[in-house]
Design a protein around this ligand. Structure first.
Ligand SMILES: [Zn+2]
Length: 115
């Protein structure tokens, strides 16, 4: 639930700049390594949003897969059980994590009332 609240805080803060707008869509990105399941977000968002300006917004969850860059050969790969979390190119275990820990609001689609 705390992730949902976090997303909503960011979205509501952004919305303060557009007091008359209504939110059409809230796009969030969640890295594979965070362990947050999109189903979970879809389940709790309507409950958390029901008494807020976000109540009519459609939640869109973008999953970001894990990507690592090998410390030895700079090869980029998806670490997993299949490659024993090692570089499939050279077997090196040390790697820099490029993607997979993301967790935040990517985009807020709002509609300003036309004057
Ligand atoms: Zn390598």
């Amino acid at each position: 639930m705390s992730y949902v609240i976090g997303f909503m805080d960011i979205a509501l803060k952004e919305l303060e700049k557009h007091p008359h707008a209504s939110v059409r869509r809230l796009v969030v990105e969640v890295g594979e390594m965070t362990g947050v399941l999109p189903e979970y977000l879809h389940k709790y968002f309507p409950l958390a949003a029901k008494d807020t300006p976000l109540k009519d917004a459609v939640l869109e969850v973008v999953s970001i897969p894990v990507e690592a860059e090998c410390a030895a050969c700079a090869n980029r790969y998806h670490p997993g059980k299949a490659n024993h979390y090692r570089c499939p190119n050279c077997g090196e275990k040390n790697a820099r994590l490029l993607h997979g820990r993301e967790c935040g609001v990517k985009r807020l689609v709002i509609e300003e009332p036309d004057g």
